[in-house]
Design a protein around this ligand. Structure first.
Ligand SMILES: [Zn+2]
Length: 120
C-alpha cells in the first residue's frame, strides 16, 4: 500500500504551523549563532529520522532477531542469506521497524521487490 501523505488541507492546517513553530524555535534557541543553528538543525533532523526509522542499534537488534527467526533464510526467495548485507523490509512504512511489520530479505531481492511494486 502507498505510504500515507498529508492532504492539501493537512499541509495547510497542521504542517505549515508546525514547521513555522519549529523554525521560530530554532531561530530563538540559536540566538543568531550560525554554528549553533546548524548543530540544532542537524540534531533535530537526525532525531526525526530515528522517530520514523528507529535508531541504528534498534534496527540491528531487530535484524539479528529476524535472521534467527527466519533461520538465516530470505523471506522472499527462501534461499540462505548472510545476516550482514541483508535488509529489513517493512510491510507498511508508517508502522515502523517492529517484528510484526518486517521481514528480512536479500539486498538483491529487496531491489527486485521494490521495482516490482513501483512498476505494478
Ligand atoms: Zn532473497
Amino acid at each position: 500500500m502507498a505510504n500515507p501523505q498529508l492532504t492539501k488541507e493537512q499541509r495547510i492546517q497542521l504542517f505549515a504551523p508546525l514547521f513555522k513553530h519549529v523554525q521560530a524555535e530554532l531561530l530563538a534557541l540559536s540566538g543568531g549563532d550560525a554554528r549553533l543553528m546548524w548543530a540544532l538543525r542537524r540534531k533535530l533532523a537526525k532525531e526525526l529520522g530515528y522517530l520514523e526509522r528507529s535508531t541504528p542499534m534498534a534496527r540491528n537488534k531487530l535484524k539479528a532477531y529476524m535472521w534467527a527467526k527466519q533461520r538465516g533464510k530470505c523471506a522472499l526467495c527462501g534461499e540462505p542469506m548472510e545476516q550482514k548485507g541483508s535488509e529489513l523490509d517493512r510491510t507498511e512504512a508508517y508502522l515502523g521497524y517492529v517484528e510484526s511489520n518486517v521481514r528480512l530479505i536479500h539486498h538483491e531481492c529487496h531491489i527486485k521487490d521494490q521495482a516490482r511494486k513501483h512498476y505494478a
